[in-house]
Write a protein that binds this ligand. Structure first.
Ligand SMILES: Cc1cc2nc3c(=O)[nH]c(=O)nc-3n(C[C@H](O)[C@H](O)[C@H](O)COP(=O)(O)OP(=O)(O)OC[C@H]3O[C@@H](n4cnc5c(N)ncnc54)[C@H](O)[C@@H]3O)c2cc1C
Ligand code: SF4
Length: 513
């Protein structure tokens, strides 16, 4: 039998990963490497780097505990070649392996690179499918084939039937597929979100923190509030705490935002899921078990399962179906440079200051902050999709291109022209006011439409519709706002355009990222 080198990437930290399935602990070598190329292709948030390096080191120890030979190349190893390819080459030579086995990566860029390795290293290269997902790439392609629009809701229903999750025979549990009409409430006074499972760094994590501070001092974010777990046991503890304490009200307050409360009733499990410390199936099963035990209502559990079984699987399918062209799509011709406030949080728009601040402090913001504040502002402002993509890819601990890109291009920016969303998620200040307490302590007046004190989201919203009328004017889901626009006096339209131009031109945009 061939002596096999098995490469494990930073987001493949599970014993169940395809490339370890037939591991022969006596003969094979597992390679794990912290390399500058991956750590710097965007300037990742410091917490993301610490989380991944710490989790990689813990997983390597776990494998060693099983008697597996792990060749672990740390970032500060003086012989570190700096790239994945360089480390694979060195390890193949060092261990005299004649086969390289790996699991397909989560990014197009990395897969392209790996496809050259057979020729480059002159060994047998086996790239296995990543079967951690509930829907394979081939299954998604079959579903998408011949469809005009790829609406998530229809995909989700098929996944419910295929997995049997929340099914009552052939019918959806409770009679409906989706309970969102019961969700999306704002947070009433007196409702206090539960404390979340956060983990104090141990000696190994502190060592990684020092390494990251020394090597990446200028990267976005702070380590001051670091609380991510780095082992599977901790990830399970975080999941368990979520299911017990937050899941019952997840649906109700899924879209709510509150200053100083970054996590509210959300799962806060995406970094663990995406890195391999939790599986999608076990997270869904834990939520369904709470429902079956009467510990969480159906609207919460269905809403949560839909995020994972529906959205997460769906965006991955879209990514592989549409890459590489998907990255360059810019259907609305957005060409403005991303303003500095995304990097500094220095802005008098309180909603943006809060959401960038949470992102900087925790490498986390929940979905509505990402979509309806940060993404909405990028959409209305017409910021360049490639810069917005890079920002989202680097600021969150859970960010990988397969999940970030469809969310940015399709959901936040409508840059794919409506393949993913039937209309842009554009909203004025009224939405943010309804769903948050941000406007109460903002220097702008959310009710005012014109003048220096008017909430910028109000005139930016109309300016966006005016600017993009040629592309969006016939969208049936925008019929109402365009009808209102057609009734607006010319002077009002000119005023909106002037207010928006003055505001956007006045935003400093000097950062190179
Ligand atoms: C512009 C933008 C960029 C995003 N970038 C990422 C990213 O890089 N990585 C990432 O994991 N998620 C991304 N999301 C999706 C979502 O915001 C995060 O998954 C979620 O906020 C993670 O927090 P949570 O674990 O508390 O999620 P919860 O609200 O508790 O949801 C549970 C789980 O469902 C999954 N999920 C929910 N919504 C989505 C979605 N739209 N797409 C894919 N999975 C989803 C996640 O795995 C999440 O952990 C992005 C959303 C937007 C609008
Ligand atoms: S008033 Fe406008 S800018 Fe201020 S927090 Fe509300 S939505 Fe944001």
């Amino acid at each position: 039998m061939a002596k096999t080198l098995r490469l494990i990437l930073a987001d493949q930290l599970t014993r169940e990963i395809a490339s370890l399935k037939d591991l022969d602990a006596e003969r094979d070598v597992v390679l794990m490497a912290e390399v500058m190329e991956e750590a710097t292709y965007v300037g990742h948030h410091k917490q993301k780097l610490v989380f991944l390096f710490a989790a990689m080191r813990a997983f390597a120890e776990e494998l060693r505990g099983e008697g597996v030979t792990v060749d672990y190349v740390a970032l500060d190893d003086p012989d570190n070649a700096g790239s994945l390819g360089g480390e694979v080459k060195r390890a193949l030579e060092r261990h005299g392996c004649d086969r390289l086995t790996l699991t397909e990566p989560g990014e197009w860029r990395v897969l392209e690179m790996m496809q050259d390795w057979r020729e480059e290293f002159d060994v047998d290269v086996v790239i296995r499918e990543d079967d951690r997902f509930l829907c394979s790439r081939a299954r998604f392609e079959a579903w998408a084939h011949g469809r005009k629009g790829l609406r998530m809701e229809f995909f989700y229903r098929e996944m419910r039937k295929e997995t049997g999750l929340l099914m009552d025979g052939d019918a959806p549990e409770g009679g409906q597929w989706n309970y969102d009409v019961e969700n999306r409430k704002s947070l009433p006074k007196g409702v206090t979100p539960p404390r979340r499972a956060r983990f104090a760094p141990d000696a190994t994590v502190r060592e990684v923190m020092a390494l990251v501070e020394a090597r990446f001092p200028r990267n976005f974010g702070t380590l001051d509030h670091y609380g991510w777990g780095w082992t599977r046991a901790q990830a399970l503890e975080a999941l368990d705490a979520f299911v017990r304490e937050a899941l019952p009200r997840f649906g109700d307050y899924q879209d709510a935002m509150k200053a100083g409360e970054p996590f509210l009733f959300h799962g806060v499990v995406s970094p663990y899921l995406n890195a391999g410390l939790l599986t999608a199936r076990e997270v869904c099963d834990a939520a369904v078990a709470a429902y079956e035990a009467g510990a969480a209502p159906l609207n919460a559990v269905e809403g949560f399962v839909r995020q994972i079984l529906g959205w997460r699987e769906y965006v991955r399918g879209v990514y592989w179906l549409k890459m590489p062209e998907y990255r360059d799509a810019n259907a609305l011709g957005a060409e403005r440079k991303l303003p500095d406030l995304y990097w500094t949080a220095e802005t008098d728009l309180n909603c943006l200051a809060q959401c960038v601040g949470d992102t900087r402090d925790h490498a986390y913001a929940h979905h509505i902050q990402r979509l309806m504040v940060l993404g909405n502002f990028a959409l209305l402002g017409g910021f360049r999709p490639r810069e917005v993509q890079d920002w989202y890819l680097l600021v969150y601990a859970d960010a990988y291109e397969w999940v970030e890109l469809p969310n940015v291009q399709g959901m936040a920016l409508f840059a794919d022209g409506g393949m993913l969303a039937s209309k842009p998620y554009a909203a004025s200040g009224a939405y943010i006011d309804r769903m948050s307490d941000y406007c109460k302590s903002c220097r702008y007046d959310v009710k005012a439409k014109t003048g220096d004190d008017a909430c910028p989201f109000n005139y930016l919203y109309w300016d966006f519709l005016i600017r993009n009328e040629a592309t969006l004017g016939r969208n049936p889901r925008l019929a109402m706002p365009y009808r209102n626009l057609s009734r607006m006096p010319r002077e009002r339209v000119d005023e909106i355009r002037a207010d928006a131009a003055r505001f956007l031109d006045g935003l400093p945009a000097t950062y190179e990222g």
